[in-house]
Design a protein around this ligand. Structure first.
Ligand SMILES: Nc1ncnc2c1ncn2[C@@H]1O[C@H](COP(=O)(O)OP(=O)(O)OP(=O)(O)O)[C@@H](O)[C@H]1O
Ligand SMILES: Cc1ncsc1CCO
Ligand SMILES: [Mg+2]
Length: 270
């Protein structure tokens, strides 16, 4: 994999301003739209079954997030996903809370069965639950689990047939053959709701402009971590509220050379 393109890929997102169609949860909608705008992408939230196919079909990427799912929304996700697949628009899935309820787990699995998903982004518990491995989960947070997360990412990628990005203190991304670790970021991200959800949409923005979904995910994670580190240095002492604002500012101002300088990407395999 080419991990020398981290800065160039950020520039590509800013130059091309991809339209990212999000069907996401009610908690993170505004933060996701603002984060994508700050980064330089173009967000749209659209949920009605009358329009989702049309919008997904012209988007650069489609992001499906089951954080506050319901029957009507899941139907819209499938309509949007099919249209995206027909047009070659990459689809990112955030399986929020997979394992926390049977409905969430089954819905995430049915989206993976029925659609061609390019990238799954979740925490370790969600990824483990998706492939039927034991991992405790409470609500939408990861919970303790332990185990080899790089190996979990590799196995999940093989089993689900797509790129899997598992985030936490260290992020691991795998397509089953190649696996990378992305370190850095800041623990304050876990004190801001939707930091993971926005990240999934940022991965969508990268997938819209970077053809290899593994490289897209790695570059997105590196930029996100760099922005978080710079935001923590600027406002971290004041707490999560100030950090959240600083983080949005840094998604706007983090430069390709910051990402090259701060990016801690290690190829684990491949
Ligand atoms: N301890 C940590 N130190 C540094 N960065 C972290 C830490 N934990 C998580 N992160 C970063 O936080 C971001 C969100 O990842 P996380 O795994 O917390 O998502 P999540 O559990 O889906 O979050 P949410 O459901 O609240 O949106 C990622 O960029 C990840 O690298
Ligand atoms: C808190 C919460 N509950 C459902 S989705 C969500 C946002 C973080 O995923
Ligand atoms: Mg999450």
């Amino acid at each position: 994999m080419d991990i020398r393109q981290l800065g160039a890929n950020l520039q590509e997102v800013r130059d091309r301003k991809p339209l990212v169609h999000n069907i996401t949860n009610v908690v993170v909608t505004n933060f996701t739209a603002n984060g994508l705008l700050a980064l330089g992408a173009s967000p749209v939230m659209a949920y009605a079954r009358q329009e989702v196919a049309e919008i997904a079909g012209i988007a650069g990427a489609l992001v499906l997030n089951i954080g506050t799912l319901n029957e009507v929304e899941v139907e819209a996700m499938k309509l949007a996903g099919r249209a995206a697949n027909e047009r070659g628009v990459p689809v990112v899935l955030d399986p929020v809370g997979a394992g926390a309820s049977a409905y969430r787990t089954e819905t995430a699995r049915s989206l993976l069965d029925e659609l061609d998903i390019a990238i799954v982004r979740g925490n370790a518990a969600e990824a483990a639950n998706l492939i039927g491995r034991d991992w405790t989960i409470r609500g939408v947070d990861a919970g303790a689990g332990g185990g080899d997360v790089a190996e979990l990412a590799r196995q999940a990628a093989l089993k689900l047939g797509c790129v899997v990005a598992i985030t936490g203190e260290t992020d691991y991304v795998s397509d089953g053959r190649r696996t990378a670790a992305v370190r850095g970021g800041d623990a304050l991200l876990t004190r801001v709701t939707g930091a993971g959800c926005l990240l999934s949409s940022v991965i969508g923005a990268y997938a819209a402009v970077v053809p290899d979904p593994l490289e897209a995910a790695v570059a997105a994670l590196a930029a996100y971590s760099a922005a978080a580190e710079l935001a923590a240095a600027r406002a971290g002492k004041q707490g999560p509220g100030s950090f959240q604002i600083a983080f949005l500012d840094l998604l706007w101002s983090v430069s390709p050379s910051d990402v090259e300088r701060l990016g801690k990407v290690e190829v684990v395999e491949g």
